[in-house]
Design a protein around this ligand. Structure first.
Ligand SMILES: Cc1cc2nc3c(=O)[nH]c(=O)nc-3n(C[C@H](O)[C@H](O)[C@H](O)COP(=O)(O)OP(=O)(O)OC[C@H]3O[C@@H](n4cnc5c(N)ncnc54)[C@H](O)[C@@H]3O)c2cc1C
Length: 429
């Protein structure tokens, strides 16, 4: 009965969208035929994929990508950079191929959005007009959420949760640490970007310490009890890094409630930890431009209609990637890129005045815990009850036990590398 009702509701929603799109096309007859203007803010996995897909779907669309950085530095695989297994240049990508696809790339930050006038203000003072706007600004770190942790503190206690200078700072601190030191990783409560990545990071830092500074330790101070793929991580830690990684969960007093950068101290409800290297991953929110647009709610994230990625708070604005809240889609590059493509198809349909298809997309996440040893989880998502939900039966995860596991983990490590190569080529060329 519920399923029937939800199908009916979905059909009604679809009809509503189609009717709205059709009526807006009718109200402005040239709208559907002319080359409509789509502005995409944020040239990461979500935004760059969306801009490219829009031009592939309809080469008459005038697509502009607004991104302040001329070089994008990817987070996936940045934990390997921190562990000294990979150079930062392997993480970096330019926008030349996207521009060659006919996307106008503007290397400035968007600083203002006027949803009524449908304009985007740029850092250098000019502005752009749009028919539809896609927001893909990723995350911002909440420097107001953890007492003692602000932008200055991040220079002493790096978060390394946006890849680039912070990644290299954490790497240098590990290199400079004497053998016998403690490396702490403070993990926030969900939602945050890439839920398993702190544990992948702990694993790969442990790999480095085991080889170079074997008397050292890693302390994970966690604001959660359970972690993604917990059995797989714990199994791998026992196998590769026995005694090297200690995790204190929320219920054991692991939540960091404040920090003291001067002494590299992490304060929890159960006591203080003075450490040699402090990797503090603070709470997060959608990139600032989302709240300036009025698209973020009081959680700091952007609620959307999953049928269209349309903001629930501002008309003619779509939101994709990490900035979105609602449903079970993990904040990952894989999902952001898939959302970018799905959103492009919807925006192109709305512009053409044709009913958009209900979006369905996949996400996959690999965790590398040692060179040549990885595991994954994946799922497919669709709109359900006004949120994105995992399609029942679509979720897969690597086996915990069984025969031939070494081979399986090796294969999954190779697949992880192949996944990264594919997604970055698809996104950046
Ligand atoms: C350590 C780590 C490891 C990870 N590993 C994986 C992994 O293995 N697999 C995986 O799938 N995901 C992984 N992720 C998650 C992944 O990096 C993010 O989920 C993904 O980047 C989200 O894409 P996005 O487009 O929403 O944001 P981003 O890729 O961050 O892109 C946002 C872009 O918006 C731009 N921007 C922000 N504000 C403005 C503005 N005002 N004007 C113009 N541009 C703006 C930014 O400069 C940025 O380029 C990892 C994350 C971390 C931290």
């Amino acid at each position: 009965m519920d399923a029937l009702r939800s199908k009916t509701t979905r059909r009604n929603v679809l009809r509503g969208i189609a009717a709205a799109a059709a009526s807006s096309a009718l109200a402005c007859p040239s709208y559907a035929q002319s080359s409509a203007r789509v502005v995409v803010i944020g040239g990461g996995f979500g935004g760059a994929s969306c801009a490219r897909a829009l031009r592939k779907i309809n080469s008459r669309l005038r697509v502009t990508l607004v991104e302040p950085n001329r070089i994008f530095t990817a987070c996936p695989f940045s934990n390997e950079v921190i562990a000294g297994l990979r150079g930062i240049d392997a993480q970096q990508f330019g926008y030349e191929k996207i521009a060659a696809d006919g996307v106008t790339v503007i290397a400035q930050a968007a600083t203002k959005i006027d949803p009524k006038a449908r304009t985007v203000g740029l850092a250098e003072g000019t502005s752009l007009s749009y028919d539809r706007l896609v927001l893909a600004p990723g995350i911002d770190l909440r420097f107001d959420a953890l007492p003692g942790y602000d932008e200055a503190a991040a220079e002493k206690m790096p978060h390394a949760w946006k890849a680039g200078a912070q990644t290299m700072l954490l790497r240098r601190q590990l290199e400079a640490m004497e053998d016998g030191g403690v490396v702490a990783i403070a993990v926030p409560a969900t939602p945050y970007r890439c839920p398993p990545a702190p544990y992948e990071r702990a694993s790969l830092i442990a790999h480095y310490l085991k080889a170079k500074k074997p008397r050292s330790k890693i302390l994970i101070l966690d604001a959660k009890d359970g972690i993604p793929q917990q059995r797989l991580f714990e199994h791998a830690w026992k196998k590769f890094y026995p005694g090297l990684i200690e995790r204190i969960a929320l219920s054991e007093g692991g939540r960091v409630v404040s920090v003291e950068p001067a002494t590299n101290t992490l304060v929890t409800e159960f006591g203080n930890h003075d450490v040699q290297v402090a990797n503090v991953i603070p709470p997060q929110k959608a990139g600032m431009i989302a709240s300036l647009a009025g698209a973020a709610d009081n959680t700091g994230w952007c609620p959307i209609d999953p049928m269209t990625f349309g903001s629930k708070l501002v008309p003619n604005i779509h939101v994709i990637g990490d900035a979105v809240i609602g449903g079970s889609v993990p904040k990952s590059a894989s999902a952001a890129s898939a959302e970018g493509k799905a959103c492009a198809a919807i925006v192109a349909s709305l512009i053409a005045g044709t009913p958009p298809q209900s979006p369905t997309f996949e996400g996959i996440c690999y965790n590398t815990v040692a060179p040549g040893y990885a595991f994954f989880m994946s799922g497919s998502y669709h709109p359900r009850d006004d949120l994105f939900a995992e399609i029942p039966g679509s979720g897969f995860t690597s086996p915990v036990n069984g025969n031939g596991l070494e081979e399986v983990r090796k294969r999954e490590a190779d697949q992880a590398q192949a996944w990264f190569n594919t997604i970055t080529v698809e996104t950046f060329g």
